[in-house]
Design a protein around this ligand. Structure first.
Ligand code: G3P
Length: 216
């Protein structure tokens, strides 16, 4: 499973990119708003840091508006992917953009049926929101698994991005469910590094090393 970072914060993206584990970035209007910067400038900067797919979301609610925004956003960099909400107008826009070879990521997916519609319209990616489903007592990981089973069963090339990741266990569950990608906030990527036995082990090695002749 590939790892994307789910943020618009450039410093976090630079740091995560330096680890060599990130192959893409996802943003959304909420994440962009937090940065208090010009939307297109942020997207352009992110596209220079990571060469993989960078999702930038449209905010129009009608198909024509979404298509217009998408055509403008793809001019920013060759790795821009257009994030489109899961609505009838959004799916119409995906269908049009597919014919123009513009890549799309259908967001706000909460069921495998929504994912199937997006894939049939020609979406490059679908983003099931695992955490938001879990928040209301549903099983977000099951939606990822059902979606992957359907895509595999019918030879659909659309890739699944497990989104709305809340903790490291969600990342593990997404990988076990067969997700192609998990898009993970910076703080959770940091948590994935940690294990108390790793910290304890390093402490012990360093302490023992002090007793080795010529160690200082
Ligand atoms: O980028 C979409 C998604 O990852 C949002 O997550 O935490 O707002 O549910 P969250």
């Amino acid at each position: 499973m590939e790892l994307f970072i789910d943020t618009a914060h450039v410093e976090e993206i630079k740091e995560a990119a330096s680890w060599g584990v990130i192959s893409g970035v996802t943003t959304n209007p909420t994440l962009i708003a937090k940065e208090k910067r010009d939307f297109k400038e942020v997207v352009k900067e992110i596209c220079c840091i990571v060469s993989g797919p960078i999702s930038a979301e449209v905010i129009s609610t009608n198909c024509d508006g979404m298509v217009k925004e998408a055509r403008e956003l793809v001019q920013l960099a060759p790795n821009v992917v257009i994030k489109i909400p899961m609505t009838m107008e959004g799916i119409k826009a995906v269908h049009i953009l597919k014919q123009e070879n513009i890549r799309t990521n259908v967001t706000l997916i909460f069921s495998a049926n929504q994912a199937l519609l997006a894939a049939r319209a020609g979406a490059t990616y679908v983003s099931p929101f695992v955490g938001r489903l879990d928040d209301i007592g549903y099983d977000g990981t099951q939606v990822v698994k059902d979606t992957k089973d359907i895509f595999n069963g019918y030879g659909l090339a659309t890739q699944v991005i497990a989104a709305s990741i809340r903790h490291p266990q969600h990342v593990l569950q997404a990988a076990q469910a067969g997700s192609d990608i998990a898009t993970v906030p910076y703080g959770i990527l940091c948590k994935m590094f940690k294990h108390p036995l790793t910290d304890k082990g390093i402490e012990r090695f360093l302490k023992d090393w002090e007793g080795v002749e010529g160690s200082r």
